[in-house]
Design a protein around this ligand. Structure first.
Ligand code: 8YV
Length: 303
């Protein structure tokens, strides 16, 4: 985010890591030991190789709630502190999940395309869609964002159940002990689980099959949580009714086969992308940096 980049350069004398691979390698060779703090974003992170090239690193300040692009196990081993930006983006990511939910079931984007293509006048009424209110919705990952999604769905009279590693205390939703059970009893499965090594392909062929040909999948978490190949295959063969995706396995690449499907809504990872939320994330990122530099502690540490 430009305001964060300007602030870290002006207030802390930060240096931007070159993007070009050869230039970056040369830069790290020459200056890698000069840096004790890295400021990064959830999408970029400080991966294993970059972290190794920064031997003096003491802290990673991450713009974003997700920090799966950062090598957390190396950070733990080396005692490198890592922060993220929790809570401030809950509303916007949940709103995005609901936008995808309504769009996919009611076929809003597809209908918009229909009108723009002049088909209303030539082909008549748009085909009927699926009712969005009152559905059985499963939430995979009832964390901070998952709970806000659930609260919004209550307003749509949905029956909500969820799966987590452990049941969440004091929530009025049914806990399912397995992902497959959750999918079996859901019309719509919404993924809000954190990315990272523990959640890779949590939604695989067996979960997709359990959701079934009249089931819908919404993902606002990370592409890595879904077996993308299995998802695309299910959508192509009608084993799933539709999907709403804000995240993908290899962003910004989107599986080509999805582009031709009218029952899929594709977003360019914009869950937290509003002026208000990005400003709040920027503020929390800079607060973490300031506190780390002045006291050695982070405001919102993850490790
Ligand atoms: C941002 C996100 O797109 O916070 C996250 O984990 O995925 C999004 O809010 C991203 O982190 C900003 O680069």
């Amino acid at each position: 985010m430009p305001s964060v980049q300007d602030a870290v350069v002006l207030d802390y004398g930060a240096v931007r890591l070159p993007d070009e691979p050869a230039e970056r390698a040369e830069f790290l060779q020459r200056r890698g030991s000069d840096f004790d703090v890295a400021v990064t974003s959830g999408k970029v992170g400080v991966g294993p190789e970059l972290m190794r090239a920064l031997p003096a690193l003491r802290a990673v300040v991450n713009f974003g709630v997700g920090y799966d692009a950062t090598d957390i196990s190396q950070a733990r081993e080396r005692g490198i502190a890592v922060s993220n930006t929790p809570e401030v983006l809950n509303d916007c990511v949940a709103d995005t999940a609901l936008a995808l939910y309504l769009d996919v079931l009611r076929r809003i984007s597809a209908a918009d395309r229909y009108v723009r293509a002049g088909q209303w006048a030539t082909a008549g009424n748009f085909p009927l869609a699926t009712k969005a209110s009152g559905k059985r919705v499963g939430i995979l990952g009832l964390g901070r964002i998952g709970r806000v999604i659930a609260r919004r769905l209550e307003g749509f009279d949905c029956t909500i159940s969820y799966h987590n590693r452990r049941p969440v205390a004091e929530v009025p939703y049914e806990y399912c002990t397995s992902r497959v059970d959750l999918a079996l009893q859901s019309d719509v499965l919404i993924i809000a689980a954190a990315g990272g090594p523990d959640s890779v392909k949590l939604v695989g062929p067996e979960v997709i099959e359990a959701l079934g040909p009249s089931g819908y999948l919404i993902n606002v978490a990370r592409g890595s949580v879904v077996d993308e190949e299995a998802l695309v295959a299910a959508l192509l063969t009608g084993q799933l009714a539709g999907a709403g995706l804000d995240v993908f396995d290899d962003e910004p690449k989107v599986p080509h086969d999805l582009l031709a499907l009218d029952n899929v809504v594709l977003l360019p990872h914009l869950g937290s992308g509003t002026h208000e939320t990005r400003a709040a994330m920027a503020e929390l990122t800079l607060a973490n940096l300031k506190q780390y530099v002045t006291t050695g502690n982070l405001v919102t540490p993850v490790c």
